[in-house]
Design a protein around this ligand. Sequence first.
Ligand code: CA
Length: 525
Amino acid sequence: MIERLSMLVRAAATAAALGPWLVATAPGQEAARRPNIVFLFSDDHAYQAVGAYGDPRKLIDTPNLDRIAREGVRFDRCLVPNSICGPSRATVLTGKYSHLNGFYNNSNSRFDGAQTTFPKLLRQAGYQTAVVGKWHLVSEPTGFDYWNILPGQGIYYDPDMIEMGVSSRRTGYVTDVVTDASIAWLEKRDRSRPFLLMSQHKAPHRPWSPAIRHLGHDGDRTYPEPPTLFDDYAGRTLAERDQDMTIAGTMTPNDLKLNDFKERFSPEQRAAWDDYYRPRNEAFRKAGLQGDDLIRWKYNRYMHDYLGCIKAVDENVGRILKYLDDEGLAENTIVVYASDQGFYLGEHGWFDKRWIFEESLRTPLLVRWPGVVKPGSIEPRIVSNVDFAPTFLEAAGVPVPPEVQGRSLVPLLRGEAPPDWRKNFYYEYFEYPEPHHVRPHYGVVDSRYKLVRFDGPDLDAWELFDLKEDPNELRNVHDDPARAQVVAELKRELERLRRELKVPPKPPREAYGSRPFEGASKRGR
Ligand code: CA
């Protein structure tokens, strides 16, 4: 197999050297046409905040992201296996669930860079590979010709970046800085070979600091509320009542920019920041809001800041698309936009992610691949970021290792309808109790139902949601006698998936994170 690959690589190099007139008849013609891959990845970007997904609140216009959807395909049910940052990134790289790639949580997991990843395989097959921006996997990147990453979470203003092991302070807003560095690498790449660029943003991660140019981007709009902003968690288990991720109670003065907010501002940026927030904060304090009105105010401040961060992401996606156009690369480049998971924008009264529920389970996924994807397609099937690695490998003509757990999306991108495509999906979440007291759970999701299992030390419970009758996931109908058959079938499917995906009967102790699991939350709201 390796021999065949190196033959393909040599054929590609020969074809490129001989020029396009020979490519059509050269034996390595498939290899010669290998597409470039630009993987644009953001952090905590909710599909509700992508214009193309048509959220009824119409939270924001994202013309550049929408362009990818218009010229490509919008996946409507791209699900993540473990809805937090590091684990999603490890899944993207390996095409495996957390319990096999070993990255369970953001507290004490460290990515084992010795394992096989798709960038390594692409690199072995002759691709140039680069990752720029947020990495968040603790160990240094492996499998890349070039890497230039934010340390840890990174910061929004004048961030440090570690370029091939050397740290330095950059000037500018992080989303612009990551794009500048991405384009700089594209400029200096070896133009005779195909490339993989992973351009990964910190935004719109907490604390949601917009660029100065986006302060007041919404003209002090009052945002429509999600129907579950005032969810009381009735009809569900302790897990939903006892989390710590509400807009009402968990958001800090720092999240809400009600304090002396710290960033690496220049004096001019500090002044512009204060000019925006100070008068609004004074008016807020004067109003003395209480109860629901206070929650509404917090929700609106959150939306201004979060969506302000998205504005910069969208602009910078536009810069990359323009670069591809200007350089004549657009035709032979796969452009993918996704986030590491979804996010709550007030649904259930929450921010953050972690849950098997729709807003955190689903992530935006837009793919443009000229000549392969029919422009303006919409794909309703269940796909996942566990599928990304095999997709990129197949697109590049590189064999997918048998241990990869995802499945290539290339047939779906071609508009085919594989009859054996997955009908359901396994989910797992571990990190507990800190930082947000979301209890470990796992479950199975299909096109209509969601069966959830909590089996931690302080909660032994099942939940069943019927998304057809209850799209907002407010009623646990697990114990409804009329659903007994559905429950039995889903429990069988759950066991089948756990066997198929090689899930151990119990996760290792460290899967839950570095804080004592025994010190579980006793808040019991
Ligand atoms: Ca994230």
